[in-house]
Ligand binder design. Structure first.
Ligand code: SAH
Ligand code: SF4
Length: 355
């Protein structure tokens, strides 16, 4: 029996408010116990590890409950210090998170859905198809589990930022993602600043505008990856619904409403989007508003014919952008030795066809 199956019928304490936890406790339990349990959950402790609670209470709670709605299936450590986690959620679904160390602090890359509906040609999560949305407690648990493994607690965090760049399209799971960010940033929750959370989207323009209107303070990162609608639609089917002009205009709106500079992700694919004409069009598209371009070289996905642009050509592409006044950086492709890109470890683990 897998651990997921064993926990199938159990509920996770991390998903409950203190008042709900109180209602599960015997009347004899002191009033602060529920708050204490919530704090332990945010530290990533399992019920058996909440040793300041009476043993009998721990046993009663363990009957129907677990602390976190996930267990760690595998962990892979990259030579560059990043660490990739494959988590199994209650019910058995698998999704990935990545721990990414920086010069200052570290961030966690979080999955927001099991699979993804968007079907981008270069992405392992898209190939797998969509299974279900992750709920707020499941996303929070990814952060809590990685933070604990890095030696942190909720009060003394080992992670300082969160990026929504794992499997899934966060704006296609809008309400759950907003609630997750609320828990992540609440003072009596995980306590991170909303400005240290980055939401990456394939460009659901309506969702971007809604986020701006909802008073978001997150950093917005837009996966652009092409400069003509023809090229973008060929690798990102979502472009047929929200073409480039609409995506860029929603990103401008986000800047106007929030005052936050928008990041554009641009994955270079050899012969598809890496010509000097692309660089020219990209600068024209993003002219007149504070944008930053993150250039990434494609992480080849098994079974795809798409190839990464060479390092030299990537540097040349970035230089063309900066020469025209558009800030651009070529990002390290982290963890490529551990299937670092979106959905790849899971694909390797479960076989070519996903589940
Ligand atoms: N669905 C959201 C967030 C998850 S994907 C989005 O698409 O933005 C996070 C980032 O990884 C996106 O910029 C995506 O385009 C990029 N990505 C996915 N697969 C990749 C690959 N094989 N190589 C390089 N980048 C990839
Ligand atoms: Fe989904 Fe993002 Fe992957 Fe596209 S790149 S399939 S939107 S997870």
């Amino acid at each position: 029996m897998t651990r997921g199956a064993e926990h199938k019928e159990k509920r996770a304490l991390l998903g409950l408010e203190a008042a709900e936890i109180s209602s599960l406790l015997p009347p004899s339990a002191p009033a602060y116990t529920a708050r204490q349990i919530r704090a332990f959950c945010l530290d990533g402790r399992e019920i058996a590890e909440m040793t300041s609670l009476p043993k009998s209470l721990r046993e009663t709670l363990s009957h129907d409950l677990v602390a976190l709605p996930l267990t760690t299936e595998t962990v892979r450590i990259s030579a560059d210090g990043s660490k990739k986690y494959l988590f199994r959620f209650l019910g058995g679904d698998l999704a990935e998170s990545v721990y990414i160390p920086h010069d200052y602090g570290a961030s966690v890359c979080v999955s927001t859905q099991i699979g993804c509906k968007m079907g981008c040609a270069f992405c392992a999560s898209g190939k797998e198809g969509f299974k279900r949305d992750l709920d707020p407690a499941e996303m929070l648990a990814e952060v809590v589990a990685v933070n604990r493994d890095a030696g942190g607690t909720a009060k003394k965090r080992a992670v300082s930022g969160v990026v929504l760049m794992g499997s899934g399209e966060p704006l296609d799971n809008y309400d759950n993602v907003r609630e997750f960010v609320r828990l992540l940033t609440a003072e009596d929750g995980f306590g991170l600043s909303e400005r240290s959370v980055t939401l990456s989207t394939s460009g659901l323009a309506d969702g971007i505008r809604r986020l701006a209107d909802d008073g978001s303070r997150m950093t917005l990162s837009v996966s652009l990856h092409a400069t003509t609608d023809e090229a973008r639609s060929a690798i990102m089917p979502v472009n047929r619904r929200y073409p480039i002009s609409e995506v860029v205009s929603a990103a401008r709106y986000y800047f106007e409403k929030t005052g936050r500079r928008v990041t554009f992700e641009y994955t270079l694919i050899s012969g598809v989007n890496d010509s000097p004409a692309d660089a020219e069009r990209l600068t024209a598209l993003l002219r007149g508003f504070p944008a930053h371009v993150n250039i990434i070289r494609l992480n080849a996905v098994e079974g795809s014919t798409l190839k990464a642009t060479t390092l030299t050509a990537a540097a040349r592409f970035a230089a063309l952008l900066t020469k025209k006044g558009l800030p651009a950086t070529v990002r390290r492709s982290l963890g490529s030795d551990i299937e670092g890109a979106c959905g790849q470890l899971k694909r390797r683990y479960t076989g070519e066809d996903g589940e």
